[in-house]
Ligand binder design. Structure first.
Ligand SMILES: [Zn+2]
Length: 308
C-alpha cells in the first residue's frame, strides 16, 4: 500500500497557475495546461518558464448533453444498426459515464507537391488462331500486354491539420471524427461542465506544428503513390501557418452486457457516437457465415463457367 502511495507522489506533480496561482495537478511529461479556476491556458517550456496560449487562439465546443440525456443517446445507438445483439438496450447496464474536455490543435498548413513516376498500363488482347490440325476448330488466346508510361503531376492542399494534444488518449484517428467546428466559441472555463475532467496536453504548439507538417507530407506522399505505380521523384513544399487550440467535450461510456464490458465514445457537442463496441447478435453470426458461403459458391461457379 505505501509503495503505491510513493509511486503516485512520484508521478503526480504540482504546479501553480502563472495567472492566479491556483494549484494544478499534472503528470510528468505533460506540457499544456488550462487552469480549472481561471481558465488561463499555457504551455510549460521548462519548470518556471511558461508561455500563454492567447485567448484569441483557444476555442471550445460546448457540451450539450446531461448525463441522463447521454444515457438516452447510448440507448438509441444500441437499438440502431445491424449486427448488434437485439436485446442490447434492454439487457445492458451503463456502468460508467465520464465527460472529458480534450484539447486538439488545428494547425493551418498548405502544401504543394510535384511528382514524377511511372504508371503501369496493362491491357489484354484476344486473338483467334486457325487450328494447327487441318479441319479443327480455331483456338482463341488471350495475350497480356504491359507498358510503363511516364507520368508527372502536381497537386496542392490548404487545410487545418488536426493534432491531438494529449497523446495518451485512446481515440480513433482525428480525421475520422466529425467535429462541429463551425459551432466553436472562445474558450471560457465557465462553459466547462461541472464535474467534467479537463485534460492536460503533452503536445505544445511547436510540437503540434511539427506533427502537422510531417502529417501533410505523409498524406501527399501516399497520394502521389496512388497516382503512379512507381514514384521516381517527389518534392513537397509545406508552409505551416497559425495554430489554434480547440477543446472538445467527449463522453467516455462503459456498459456491461452478459458480464462483459464494452466502451463507447460520444461527442458531447453533437451527440454523435464516435466509436462504439457492441456484442453481435445470436443470429447475426449465422447471417455472416451464410453470406461468406454464398460468396464462395458464386466464385466457384464463376470459375467453373469461365473455364468451359
Ligand atoms: Zn488560474
Amino acid at each position: 500500500m505505501s509503495e503505491e502511495v510513493d509511486k503516485l507522489s512520484e508521478t503526480l506533480q504540482l504546479l501553480n497557475c502563472p495567472h492566479c496561482n491556483a494549484p494544478i495537478n499534472y503528470v510528468l511529461g505533460e506540457t499544456l495546461f488550462t487552469c480549472t479556476y481561471c481558465g488561463y491556458t499555457f504551455s510549460m517550456i521548462k519548470e518556471g518558464e511558461y508561455q500563454e496560449i492567447a485567448p484569441g487562439k483557444h476555442f471550445m465546443l460546448v457540451n450539450n448533453y446531461s448525463q441522463t440525456e447521454m444515457r438516452e443517446v447510448i440507448h438509441d445507438w444500441m437499438r440502431r444498426g445491424v449486427f448488434k445483439a437485439g436485446d442490447l438496450a434492454e439487457k445492458s447496464e451503463i456502468v460508467e459515464t465520464e465527460l472529458k474536455f480534450v484539447p486538439v490543435w488545428f494547425v493551418n498548413v498548405s502544401a504543394d507537391t510535384t511528382y514524377y513516376g511511372k504508371k503501369k498500363i496493362e491491357w489484354t488482347e484476344t486473338r483467334t488462331r486457325p487450328s494447327s490440325t487441318p479441319g479443327g476448330p480455331p483456338t482463341q488466346e488471350t495475350i497480356r500486354h504491359v507498358r510503363w508510361e511516364d507520368k508527372s503531376g502536381q497537386f496542392s492542399d490548404v487545410e487545418d491539420w488536426r493534432v491531438l494534444a494529449s497523446r495518451g488518449m485512446l481515440l480513433p484517428p482525428l480525421e475520422k471524427i466529425e467535429l462541429s467546428v463551425a459551432g466553436k466559441i472562445p474558450f471560457d472555463i465557465k462553459n466547462v461542465s461541472p464535474g467534467a475532467k479537463l485534460i492536460n496536453g503533452d503536445v505544445d504548439e511547436t510540437l503540434a506544428k511539427k506533427e502537422a507538417e510531417s502529417g501533410i507530407r505523409n498524406s501527399h506522399s501516399s497520394r502521389a503513390s496512388r497516382e503512379v505505380d512507381q514514384v521516381l521523384s517527389i518534392n513537397t513544399n509545406v508552409q505551416v501557418g497559425d495554430a489554434q487550440l480547440l477543446t472538445v467535450p467527449l463522453w467516455f461510456i462503459r456498459y456491461k452486457y452478459k458480464n462483459k464490458l464494452y466502451s463507447v465514445i460520444a461527442d458531447g457537442s453533437s451527440g454523435r457516437v464516435i466509436e462504439g463496441k457492441a456484442p453481435i447478435g445470436k443470429y447475426d453470426i449465422l447471417i455472416i457465415a451464410g453470406i461468406i458461403i454464398a460468396i464462395i459458391v458464386i466464385v466457384i461457379l464463376a470459375i467453373a463457367l469461365w473455364r468451359r
